[in-house]
Design a protein around this ligand. Structure first.
Ligand code: NAX
Ligand code: K
Length: 461
């Protein structure tokens, strides 16, 4: 797990005030990290186009030009008059060495975007948009300094943005790199140490980036075990029966000892999944909401009042009845549209998906403040998993998963881990990671995955 921050300006300030480091020293390390990204892959004499803006992001790029000068074929392009004192100083240094400025953009082996960084305020003006468009059209290896130009501090893009292969981000990870909008632009993210190790630079945070190591599979280490050792999940089947059946199959494949569906009608099930009319006596967790459709209010009310660990998905996010469960440690797995409905039901906000997607962290925080026991898993290109004040980001997901039924598999995986005794937050984290990593291991075309393929990949993790 790695730390994430809303902003790192205060961490830079701490370096100056507590460790007597200077802005110049931090910047030199920023430039060194960019240099390392180039020298590790590209031979000497490769051509490098550096596009520098008027602020300190530009200054990082100019310092890089000095570091590469004479070993690489450096072309420094500065389209606007420099504003920041550090950018002016870096240019003076570079020019004293003999670094020449170029007057128009040229395609090179490598492009470094240091046009705007964390200081981007307004929409990009036309000239900047034209530059980014041209850089994006190049076949070069593209490196973004700190953050791709065009992504603002909230992670939003108002006009267009630089498509990076790698983003060398300064000091620590920032939330702006992990919005759904930013996902297609940031490429691989590398953190640059700014003169001290990250554990010194970083302070306490409640935001975390999940890593593969955070996935805790329900591997069985006990030899003296029977099916009851691994729990019994009950999946409530609704009027769209398929959703619950997909969830039940996924749960069985992810280790639940027993899985039953609660259904009053005839339903086509594999032999290993049982059917019941009421909660099973030895039930250890419940999954409901997926494909629920029209439902019997009394029955759902009873189930929501149960003290058993519960995962709630889909249709229930539109219903007032869900509030019964929100004072408990339930796991909720809405997609953005469902989360907007839930915010409305809970009288927290009346917003559309577009507004939510621009401010995912804000609305997740708002919800968790009101319902601190609930574990919220907000689906998206980057999944946010939150409880109380903590938010965990899962970036392993991909478009392979953009299919009907993927969410039902996830619901089943969460339910399976709940049934096996995982704490709700741990169940949500490990199920989400298993779901996304399994999909990324899928070898066929990225348009072809069906729920049973996903479950097969989960079995191979
Ligand atoms: N301690 C520090 O401050 C450090 C800063 N570093 C670098 O400095 C960057 C931040 O530098 P700055 O705060 O100078 O910000 P930027 O370099 O991102 O840009 C700020 C400048 O651009 C102008 N501007 C903002 N939006 C604009 C728009 N849409 N159109 C035209 N002009 C616009 C502002 O008026 C300002 O002059 C970081 O991203 C990082 O790369 C690193 O060198 C590490 C240390
Ligand atoms: K940049």
């Amino acid at each position: 797990m790695q730390n994430i921050y809303y902003e790192v300006g205060s961490l830079d300030k701490r370096c100056y005030e507590q460790f007597a480091l200077s802005e110049d020293l931090l910047m030199e390390h920023a430039a060194l990290a960019l240099e390392k990204e180039i020298t590790k892959t590209f031979d000497k004499n490769s051509s490098v186009l550096i596009v520098s803006g008027m602020g300190n992001n530009g200054a990082d790029g100019i310092a890089l030009a000095r570091l590469l000068y004479k070993t690489y074929d450096v072309k420094l392009y500065i389209p606007f008059e420099l504003k920041s004192p550090m950018a002016k100083l870096q240019l003076k240094r570079a020019q004293l060495l003999g670094v020449n400025l170029i007057n128009e953009l040229q395609e090179c082996d490598i492009v470094v975007d240091s046009l705007f960084g964390s200081g981007l305020k307004r929409d990009l003006n036309e000239a900047s948009q034209k530059i980014i468009e041209t850089l994006n059209s190049y076949n070069s290896y593209k490196i973004a300094c700190d953050i791709p130009t065009g992504i603002d501090f909230k992670g939003d893009i108002s006009t267009l943005a630089f498509f990076a292969d790698v983003t060398v981000t300064m000091g620590a990870l920032k939330t702006s790199l992990f919005t759904d909008t930013a996902k297609d632009y940031v490429g691989e993210i590398v953190v640059a140490n700014l003169g001290v190790q990250r554990e010194v630079y970083e302070t306490k945070t409640d935001l975390f980036l999940l890593e593969k190591e955070d996935l805790k599979l329900p591997l069985r280490d006990k030899k003296n075990a029977h099916k009851g050792t691994f729990g019994h999940l009950n999946v409530v089947i609704g009027s769209k029966k398929g959703a619950g059946v997909i969830a039940a199959k996924a749960a069985f494949g992810f280790g639940a000892g027993l899985v039953s569906v609660i259904c009053h009608e005839c339903v086509d099930l594999p032999y290993h999944i049982m059917q019941t009319h009421n909660l099973s006596e030895n039930c250890t967790a419940i999954a409901l909401g997926m494909g629920l459709g029209i439902y019997d209010e009394k029955e759902i009310e009873n189930i929501l009042q149960s003290k058993l660990p519960t995962i709630i998905d889909a249709d229930l996010f539109y219903e007032d009845i869900i509030k019964i469960a929100l004072q408990k440690e339930v796991v909720l797995t809405p997609h953005p549209k469902e989360f907007c409905a839930l915010l409305n039901v809970c009288e927290l906000a009346d917003i559309k998906v577009k507004e939510l997607q621009k401010n995912r962290f804000k609305y997740v925080e708002m919800f968790c403040k009101k319902y601190p026991k609930v574990v919220l898993l907000l689906k998206g290109a980057n999944v946010l998993i939150a409880q109380n004040e903590k938010i965990f980001v899962n970036t392993f997901g991909s478009a392979v998963l953009s299919k009907g039924g993927s969410g039902d598999v996830l619901g089943g995986l969460v339910g399976s881990l709940l049934a096996q005794g995982y704490k709700p937050l741990d169940a949500a984290i490990s199920a989400s990671l298993a779901h996304a990593i399994a999909a990324s291991n899928y070898k066929k075309n990225n348009y072809s995955l069906i729920p049973s393929d996903l479950v097969e990949e989960v079995k191979r993790l």
